[in-house]
Design a protein around this ligand. Structure first.
Ligand code: ATP
Ligand code: MG
Length: 343
């Protein structure tokens, strides 16, 4: 197991990682027997993606992950053993299967997160806290789907994570979706959340049509206690909203190859910028102590370069496109597509 004391200002936690297995086939026969020309495996998950991105910027952010103990070689096999801190749990890792047909459509079948025992979830929280302490980290990223608790059948409880981090003076950035996002966005215990437009619409329970709607929805979550809402809007970039300020950032259009994981790249970019560039004394700290406009500018640069790369994790941050920052976003501008709220 790698040493955890690497002095990183950021630690990540991925509560439900997955083994991404991709089969490359010619002429897929649905309902028939197919032979794969090539099979690739990658350990995936949103927190893992954030750690990978941060490593590219020289921030060796350890990633805490529960992993099934029936496949002990999985970290070495997927080249993740220097970066991830496993909490071995009984069983196997869930698998997300992708079938890529050359010059054809891509089919995905994702397994749901495996339920975790209460004991394992507590052990994950302990390992996370220990890693944060050993690194003297200032930020914890909690990202991706949440597993259910085996005993209660409900999503694992994030409250102890928030409580322990608050006791250490560590801020939490949360990137999840569905019911867990809707719940935790309203409890306001996270410092940062990074919803995309649909996730934000779901968190406030209404459809968003314009930039003004996005700002109002994000501010509503700030009223619940979130410090900064990073609303990502795909090709339209990102709007960062705090209790009393907002900034829009975007890049010039780029050639899009794969948008999966772009949101994770933006969170890594934001945190890399704010932890590497502390606010100079006497400068405006936006009431938060970190540089939100610099963060959101870097976030869209990382997001834009991510979509130009074929992998879901960032493979390089060389040649970042320039960011365009707007401190007075046009509230009347329509979103490319409304972010629809469906019950
Ligand atoms: N077509 C695009 N052109 C330029 N930048 C893009 C494009 N799509 C996404 N981005 C960048 O990536 C960021 C994140 O994209 P998006 O809003 O799709 O995140 P997401 O839905 O959370 O993605 P995921 O959850 O798959 O990581 C955007 O804020 C933007 O900076
Ligand atoms: Mg996302």
């Amino acid at each position: 197991m790698p040493g955890t004391n690497v002095g990183s200002p950021i630690v990540t936690l991925t509560p439900a990682p997955t083994l991404d297995r991709t089969y490359f086939v010619h002429n897929l026969q649905s309902g028939g027997v197919n032979r794969a020309d090539e099979v690739k495996e990658e350990l995936a998950g949103k927190g893992i993606n954030v750690s990978r991105g941060l490593h590219l910027a020289g921030i060796k952010a350890p990633g805490v992950v529960p992993i099934g103990n029936s496949d002990p070689g999985v970290l070495a096999r997927t080249g993740s053993d220097g970066m991830l801190l496993p909490l071995w749990v009984e069983g196997t890792l869930r698998v997300s299967t992708t079938i890529v047909e050359y010059d054809g459509p891509t089919t995905k079948v994702n397994e749901s997160p495996r339920p975790l025992s209460e004991q394992d979830w507590n052990a994950i929280i302990d390992l996370t806290e220990r890693t944060v302490r050993e690194n003297d980290a200032k930020w914890l990223v909690v990202a991706g789907a949440l597993p259910a608790c085996k005993t209660t059948g409900k999503f694992v409880d994030l409250e102890p994570v928030f409580e322990r981090m608050a006791a250490l003076g560590v801020r939490v950035a949360l990137d999840t979706s569905g019911e867990p996002l809707n719940t935790w966005a309203r409890k306001g215990l996270a410092s940062i959340i990074k919803p995309n437009a649909e996730e934000l619409a779901s968190a406030v329970g209404r459809t968003l049509y314009s930039v003004g709607d996005v700002i109002d929805a994000a501010r509503e979550l700030c009223e619940h206690g979130i410090e900064t809402v990073l609303a990502s809007l795909g090709a339209d970039g990102m709007i960062a909203v705090t209790k009393d300020r907002e900034w829009a950032a975007r890049t010039a259009p780029v050639k899009v190859i794969n948008t999966v994981g772009a949101g994770d790249a933006t969170l890594a970019g934001f945190l890399s910028a704010i932890t590497s560039n502390p606010i100079a004394s006497g400068s405006d700290d936006y009431g938060l102590g970190y540089d939100v406009p610099l963060g959101v500018s870097t976030a869209v640069q990382w997001g834009a370069i991510a979509v130009t790369q074929p992998t879901s994790g960032l493979s390089s941050i060389d040649g970042l496109p320039a960011a365009i920052l707007n401190p007075t976003p046009d509230r009347t501008a329509a979103l490319e597509e409304p972010a629809v709220f469906t019950k």
